[in-house]
Write a protein that binds this ligand. Sequence first.
Ligand SMILES: NC(=O)c1ccc[n+]([C@@H]2O[C@H](COP(=O)([O-])OP(=O)(O)OC[C@H]3O[C@@H](n4cnc5c(N)ncnc54)[C@H](OP(=O)(O)O)[C@@H]3O)[C@@H](O)[C@H]2O)c1
Length: 350
Amino acid sequence: MTTVGIVGASGYAGGELLRILSLHPHVDVEVATSQGHAGENVFKVHPNLKGIADLTFSGDSPEEAATKVDILFMAVPHGTSNRQIPKLSETGVKIIDMSADFRFRNPADYPVWYGWNHTSPDILEKFVYGMPELHRNELKSCRFVAVPGCIASSAIYSLAPLAKAGLLKEVTVIDAKIGSSGSGNKHSAATHFSERYNSIRIYSPFGHRHIGEIEQELSLLAGSKITVTMSAHSVNMVRGIMTTASVFPEEMPDAAMVWKTYRAMYGNEPFVRFMMDKNGLYRYPDPKLVVGSNFVDLGFALDSHVNRIIAIGSIDNLIKGSAGNAVQSMNIMEGFDEREGLMMAPMRLV
Ligand SMILES: NC(=O)c1ccc[n+]([C@@H]2O[C@H](COP(=O)([O-])OP(=O)(O)OC[C@H]3O[C@@H](n4cnc5c(N)ncnc54)[C@H](OP(=O)(O)O)[C@@H]3O)[C@@H](O)[C@H]2O)c1
């Protein structure tokens, strides 16, 4: 069995890691740390895990947790693991970091998108971007994984085949909608029920920090610099993300060609579904259809009036946008079947 620990296990991403890893056939969860809940049963904070995760939160420091396990998941806020991982990397532990602190290949992207300088660029280059469908081979032999951002994941999945096919020209425009769990478990005015309910709030009309990693990954696929702009909205959901991206190609492809590019990239992927139908209510991806699962649902539409490809993606932000990709990456690193622990059917929220 592979032993794992979760730092920040009282948070939303940590809770989803506990839910998935507690039922994983090849994993033992040895440590779940929480500074605020040390000594309490895990189910006190994550009541859905009663009878599933039979553990008590420990007050271990990340260094102490690292001595007890083979793999350490870091589920702490941005700007935290950046300070903790350099020390941890000197031990033998493998690290899967959920934050943005090790996602960029170029350290110069940190001041641009996060407003701070990266203090460990030498370690940065050892991290693999934990998106299995795009980085499977690198994940097989790595020790350090940086799990992608949630909105970035939905956007990258929907645009990657088009980027690889050379269809992204000029600027690609992304509209993103996200539920409240994307902000984590800290209360704020923005997540207060009375303020959030019935509201569609455009919290980032441009300049969202996930743009940096979207451009990084799409540029790698395209082999040239890709530029995107994005408007992000908080909407009346708890879980889920939907991205609708507008691509303006030089020459409009037909539907058969677009299908071919998507199938070439994702045809054999266990967690990518095409959600497209000519009629019915659910003709395109909808977050409601992926909640609770590791699936990413993709679809597209072609608007020949203005030569626009509309690329649509939906994920559960806490699973395919976080804990699910973390576990899928771990499965690849450890040589397990990639689907282990992750074949949950989505909830039908009716
Ligand atoms: N929420 C999402 O949809 C999502 C999606 C993708 C990626 N992520 C990333 O995943 C990470 C965790 O996000 P989350 O939504 O789970 O956040 P969260 O609900 O706020 O939980 C984070 C946990 O980290 C611990 N913590 C807080 N400050 C800390 C510090 N300075 N040092 C050590 N531990 C600290 C807290 O637990 P204790 O105080 O009890 O120790 C807290 O419960 C973040 O980097 C986030 O950006 C989140």
